[in-house]
Design a protein. Structure first.
Lengths: 112, 112
């Protein structure tokens, strides 16, 4: 079954404690991307990757890092989380760049 | 800069009513346009897309036509069902980039 898997699904943590949200896809897709969803703002792109070792900033990259060492994985790293990063996060993938077709189920982060 | 504007919701309709959700965009170049749907508690699903002017995307009874002269991509369905209740997002991407820009989303509630 084609899947994008995010972990964890829920996390409550404190300001400044580094965390990583993992994202993995089993479809051999070249394109992967991260979004955050906030009420009234829709989804905003954080980072995207067109292929292994190729990443680029979306609209709201501040405070986030990513890496793409292998095609299937695209982790999102918050080095020093702050309360304004409390949000619902989605990872997505597709064969064609900029047209995500498969989304994960989301990760709800609460930064206290 | 590039942006997507959707009509505000929630939109409340009775079953079998006609649906229109308005979407307009601002973009440099020639964007591709998309509609995504998010059911409660789930990630997004690509509903339909159009990659050039006058293209019509369609899926599951939903349609949208890429209108360059009015910079619009309105979503329509002739007869909605209760199961269509969800949040609908309009989005655009620019050619040969991985950037994806979403509208703020429109909640549709369909009552029996």
């Amino acid at each position: 079954e084609a899947q994008v898997t995010q972990n964890p699904r829920y996390l409550i943590t404190v300001t400044g404690k580094k965390l990583t949200v993992t994202c993995s896809q089993n479809m051999n897709h070249e394109y992967m991307s991260w979004y955050r969803q906030d009420p009234g703002l829709g989804l905003r792109q954080i980072y995207y990757s067109m292929n292994v070792e190729v990443t680029d900033k979306g609209d709201v990259p501040e405070g986030y890092k990513v890496s793409r060492k292998e095609k299937r994985n695209f982790p999102l790293i918050l080095e020093s989380p702050s309360p304004n990063q409390t949000s619902l996060y989605f990872c997505a993938s597709s064969l064609v760049g900029g047209q995500p077709q498969h989304f994960g189920d989301g990760t709800r982060l609460s930064i206290l | 800069g590039d942006s997507v504007t959707q009509m505000e919701g929630p939109v409340t309709l009775s079953e079998e009513a006609f649906l229109t959700i308005n979407c307009t965009y601002t973009a440099t170049g020639y964007p591709s346009l998309f509609w995504y749907v998010q059911y409660p508690g789930e990630g997004l699903q690509l509903l339909l897309k159009a990659t050039k002017a006058d293209d019509k995307g369609s899926n599951k009874g939903f349609e949208a036509t890429y209108r360059k002269e009015t910079t619009s991509f309105h979503l329509e369905k002739g007869s909605v069902q209760v199961s269509d209740s969800a949040v609908y997002f309009c989005a655009l991407t620019l050619s040969n980039t991985g950037k994806l820009i979403f509208g703020q989303g429109t909640t549709l509630q369909v009552k029996p």
